[in-house]
Design a protein around this ligand. Structure first.
Ligand code: FES
Length: 257
């Protein structure tokens, strides 16, 4: 399905943590409803203003009842700073949904015991994922890793089995990396999103345990449709665009394990 493009209207842009925001927008195009793991590109500035490129942000939550999309994002540069300035009733250009996302029907048909693993802002797309799994009666176990103070976990709890937290500082939960509390051999499938070193470490544990692992890669994107080759990643099948062929890949394909 081709991505749609429209002027989206802001309902809320809330502060969740010092550098984390939750943007809620109206997306009336139900023919282009997103699913878990897909992303949109956001442009909250004019063509003559820097930054020029749109910013890609994954879907945190799609609410079909209110036709709204929530984006949980980190303010990390000029583009996201401009997005953070959006206020209620502001409009901006929103294009999507894009990417393959997680194939939840396929996952449900093949796997029973599922672990979902997220690191930092990499937990953002995992909420829509656990929502879709829980709606089909499959509550996965959740493993999360944060630097210090976790955010956004309260809404995961009703949709998950066990919820595990690890923090680098030891402030909450296990003191250390999330790989210190994950035992892939307890599961049939591990679904992961977070910083690349974390995903590689999770993939390595899964590989050693013989457990399939799907990872959602994050790359800076421009066109979002596989045209500019700006988000190329190396796979066992050659170079692929994360935006067009991903962002979800089998970890063996992109990390070799
Ligand atoms: Fe242009 Fe992926 S962003 S090819």
């Amino acid at each position: 399905m081709r991505a749609a493009c429209c002027e989206a209207t802001v309902l809320r842009n809330e502060v969740i943590a010092p550098d984390i925001r939750l943007l809620t927008v109206v997306w009336p195009d139900r023919d282009h409803a997103p699913h878990a793991g897909q992303f949109f590109t956001l442009r909250a500035w004019g063509a003559d203003e820097a930054p020029f490129m749109s910013r890609s942000i994954s879907v945190h939550r799609w609410n079909p009842d209110s036709s709204t999309i929530e984006f949980l994002y980190q303010v990390v540069g000029e583009g996201t700073e401009k997005i953070a300035q959006l206020k209620m009733k502001d409009t901006f250009q929103l294009t999507g949904p894009m990417g393959n996302g997680f194939d939840v029907p396929d996952i449900l048909s093949k796997y029973k015991k599922i672990a979902v693993v997220g690191g930092g802002i990499g937990t953002a797309p995992l909420y829509q994922l656990v929502k879709e799994l829980a709606a089909a009666g499959k509550k996965p176990d959740l493993y999360t890793g944060f630097r210090d103070e976790p955010y956004g976990l309260e809404r995961f709890s009703p949709l998950c089995g066990r919820v595990h937290v690890a923090t680098d500082s030891g402030k909450v939960g296990y003191h250390g990396l999330v790989t210190g509390i994950l035992h892939p051999e307890e599961y049939d499938l591990v679904l992961c999103c977070g910083p690349e070193p974390m995903m590689k470490a999770v993939a390595a544990k899964c590989g050693a345990a013989g457990v399939k692992c799907l990872v959602s890669l994050e790359k800076k994107m421009a066109c979002g449709v596989g045209a500019c080759l700006g988000c190329t990643c190396h796979t066992t099948e050659g170079a692929k665009s994360v935006c067009k062929h991903g962002p979800v890949f089998d970890s063996k394909e992109v990390f070799g394990q």
